[in-house]
Structures are given as C-alpha cells and as structure tokens.
Design a protein around this ligand. Structure first.
Ligand SMILES: [Zn+2]
Length: 379
C-alpha cells in the first residue's frame, strides 16, 4: 500500500509551497502543520588545523603563509530539537555529504499521514553537489526517509549490513534501486573529497556506526545514536580508543546524539535489560505479550532467547516485525535461533496457555509514534 507522506516545513514559505505541490499524496489533514524548529544552518569556519587544506591552498609564493581552510556548512534537515527524521548535511567546496535520512511518525493532528519526512527541497535544488549518503544505523528515524529521497535524487548509499538490508527492503517495496556500498566498523572510504571512517559504537540495534569525516574544510565527528556499553549483546564494544585517537588528531565539530542528555545518571548496559526480561519470563507462567519497536533489534533478540530458555514458542505478527526478524536470520544475526521456536500467529489460539507456553510477538504499527512505542504481543 502506498504510504502517505508529509514533508516537514523546515524551509521558508517559498519552499513550503513547493513542498505542497511535490507531496501530492499528502492528505488534507497535513495542512495543519505542527510547530517546527527553525532550520538551523551553521556556517562554520573551521580552525586552521587541517593539513589537507594546507596542501590544497599551497602555492610557491604562499607556501609559508598560514593556510585558510575552506568554510563549510552543517545543515540539519531534521533530528534537531526533535525526535525523528534525522538527516544532516555537510557542505563544503560545492560538495554535499548526507548523514542519515530518517522519518518521524505523525503527530496526532496529522490525519491521513503515515510518514513524516525531512524537507528535501535544498537537496533537490543542489542535487549535483551530493556525493553520498552515509547511514549510522537501521532505526526508522535514520533510514525511513531513504526511499522518499531516492525518488527525488540518485545518491550512493553507504551502510553496514543490517541497515543496508533494511534499506534494500524499503527500496524494493518502492520499486527503487540505488548504488549501494556495504561497510563495516573500521572501514575507511571516500565520497569525492570526503574521507570517511566508520567507527564501532553501541546502540539498541546491531551494526551501529559513528563516523569521522575529513574534508577540505576540517574534521567533523558524528556519533550517531550511541551508548557506552561494555557488555553489548553482540560483543562489539564501542571503539573509544579510536575515538580518542581521532580526538588527539583534532576534531573541528562534534555532532553528538543528545537523547536524555538533560537527565542525570547513566544508561545501564543492555545486559541489565536482558536480566530484567529474563526475570519477567521466569515469573510469568501464562502467555506474555510484548510491545516494542520492530527496529529494537537487541531487545527482540532477548525476547526470543528468553522464550527459548523458558521453553516457550514465539509467534510474530506485524509486517515490520516479520521483516526485521526474517532479515536478521538471513544475515546471520540470529543463527543460534532455530526455526522450530516460531509458531504461526494464526495457530496460537489453539495453544493452551499453561500446557504449551507460547510467546508471540505482534506489532501494531497504526499506533506507532516517534515517542510512543507500538505494541507487541507475546502469548
Ligand atoms: Zn537509533
């Protein structure tokens, strides 16, 4: 089914008019726009620390003169002062690199709208400058806007295996293709003059990456969503050593995830979450219904593993949930989970609660919002 989209109004009135024309699938209800953070454009002159910039500027006459790095802009098209539709541009020397292209779920007043996407007007107007789209991880608020962007412009995508697999699913649904580059933590690659390094980080989904991005204007470090977790489910610990090295080299701008930054304390390890889930499974003798985001990859794996440990069966419901689990199995992230633990959702009515313990998972996508998780049922 074709989804109805709403392109958020981060630009000026002229662009809003253009957006309305472009998004012909918008429902009437979208006309009542929610208040948006003003488009923030940072014109940043980086410090004179960049050696590559010095080389580029060098001439015989001026080789001893202090180099002046190129100015660059950092343009957030979404994700700033809001949760959802993360999309950040770095523009320097007539080249643009895009970091993430997410979606947000509609606010309550956005009747008839399924997906809220960033305002792509600036990218469409400057499409010849775009050199690549790099993805930090596979959550919807970081990849959900990709098919809508690719409908407007063609751009090479760089992403880790799980995020790329999820993007491929989306592109196939929309009948789109793209130039794709699968990368992993530690990889260094170039998108025109942007020299990019992918760095391991931790999040509630596998394959989360931070990026070091060096270019003639300077060095930007983008953390993506992260937590410092010394006992992540997949054993891939955040690479603080490499981050420290890059910090010693000099970073001009740090773009950092800020969710809950104003709350004191620290986020416990995913291992703690796992223990709590295990206790729930231990204490409940009847069916369990779980609600979570389909993209909450690690948690879903905990639920399945706990189900196995407590000899429960698992029924999966909801298209997104089915897709994520199928993809995870396909890519080998759930190799230790046999097919036999899953049961058809249509057959759980015939399974008695106590005689055969069953765990089913169902996601109700119609109640999803960026702040409110959808529902999962384990039965
Ligand atoms: Zn995330």
């Amino acid at each position: 089914m074709r989804q109805k989209t709403y392109m958020s109004n981060t630009n000026n009135k002229k662009n809003n008019n253009t957006n309305n024309k472009r998004n012909s699938v918008n429902a009437k209800g979208a006309a009542r726009k929610r208040p948006q953070a003003k488009k923030a454009v940072a014109n940043i002159k980086s410090k004179a620390v960049s050696k590559p910039a010095a080389k580029k500027k060098t001439s015989k006459a001026s080789s001893n003169a202090k180099s002046v790095p190129m100015p660059f802009k950092i343009i957030p098209l979404g994700g700033l002062k809001e949760i959802g539709k993360n999309c950040t541009l770095i523009e320097c020397n007539n080249e643009i690199l895009i970091i993430d292209c997410g979606m947000a779920f509609p606010e309550y007043e956005m009747f008839g709208i399924d997906v809220v996407i960033p305002d792509f007007s600036y990218l469409i107007e400057n499409s010849s400058k775009i050199k690549g789209l790099i993805i930090t991880h596979g959550h919807e608020d970081h990849i959900g806007g990709v098919p809508y962007l690719l409908k407007e412009i063609n751009v090479p995508i760089y992403a880790a295996p799980l995020a790329m697999g999820m993007i491929e699913h989306k592109l196939a649904e929309h009948g789109l293709t793209a130039e794709k580059h699968v990368i992993k933590a530690g990889d260094k690659f170039k998108a025109s003059s942007f020299k990019i390094e992918a760095i391991q980080t931790n999040h509630s989904i596998a394959d989360a990456l931070a990026y070091s991005i060096k270019f003639p204007g300077g060095h930007v470090f983008h953390t993506g969503d992260f937590k410092v977790d010394y006992s992540p489910l997949d054993g891939k610990v955040i690479d603080l050593a490499r981050m420290s090295q890059l910090g010693d080299e000099g970073v001009d701008v740090l773009l950092c995830d800020s969710t809950n930054v104003l709350r004191q304390g620290y986020t416990p390890s995913e291992a703690v979450v796992r223990k709590s889930i295990d206790e729930i499974f231990n204490n409940i003798d009847r069916r369990i219904i779980i609600a979570t985001f389909a993209s909450n990859f690690h948690r879903i794996k905990y639920f399945i593993e706990s189900s196995m440990k407590h000899k429960r069966q698992i029924a999966v419901s909801g298209r997104s949930m089915e897709n994520v689990i199928a993809l995870s199995r396909e890519l080998g992230y759930m190799d230790d989970i046999p097919e036999s633990v899953f049961v058809d959702i249509n057959k759980i009515k015939n399974i008695a609660d106590r005689t055969v313990k069953a765990a089913g998972i169902h996601i109700n996508s119609t109640t999803n919002s960026a702040r409110k998780p959808g529902k999962l049922f384990c039965s």
